[in-house]
Design a protein. Structure first.
Length: 141
């Protein structure tokens, strides 16, 4: 039996995932991180994007809008404003949000803050990347 570590993925609304996994992969602000059992304690911010967990040799994919990742000796906790299973990401809504953010960035007359528009664009792109990766791996959990 492979070594495991307990993972909790929690959004502001609800718990998305809780269980034992063999590994966790996430997009931290300083780059991609991989966490395995007995990883050294760590606290880092997450970028909008994918979180992948390896459960019994199969990968499950989640989307987070950013947040915090905390690693303790036997527990990994991911706290995000928004988190969902990658299969639940709405592609049409993500495409609409991407187009809206791109329009806001091009139109200097809009009242929207440029940093806010860039953040919305980054989040929409991360959702779309999650959908594309899920399609490539054929994983629809």
């Amino acid at each position: 039996m492979a070594m495991t570590i307990h993972v909790d993925i929690v959004s502001a609304e609800k718990e998305i995932f809780s269980g034992l996994v063999e590994a966790v992969f996430a997009s931290a602000v300083m780059g991609e991180v991989g966490i395995y059992p007995r990883h050294t304690p760590m606290l880092t911010r997450l970028k909008p994007g994918e979180v992948r967990v390896l459960v019994k040799g199969k990968e499950e994919q989640f989307y987070v809008s950013g947040g915090m990742l905390e690693v303790q000796p036997h527990v990994v906790t991911i706290l995000a404003d928004t988190a969902m299973r990658a299969a639940d990401v709405d592609e049409a809504a993500a495409l609409a949000a991407k187009e809206d953010a791109e329009r806001s960035l091009k139109d200097r007359d809009t009242k929207i803050d440029q940093a806010e528009a860039q953040a919305k664009l980054a989040e929409a792109m991360a959702q779309l990347r999650s959908i594309e990766r899920m399609r490539k791996t054929g994983n629809s959990h």
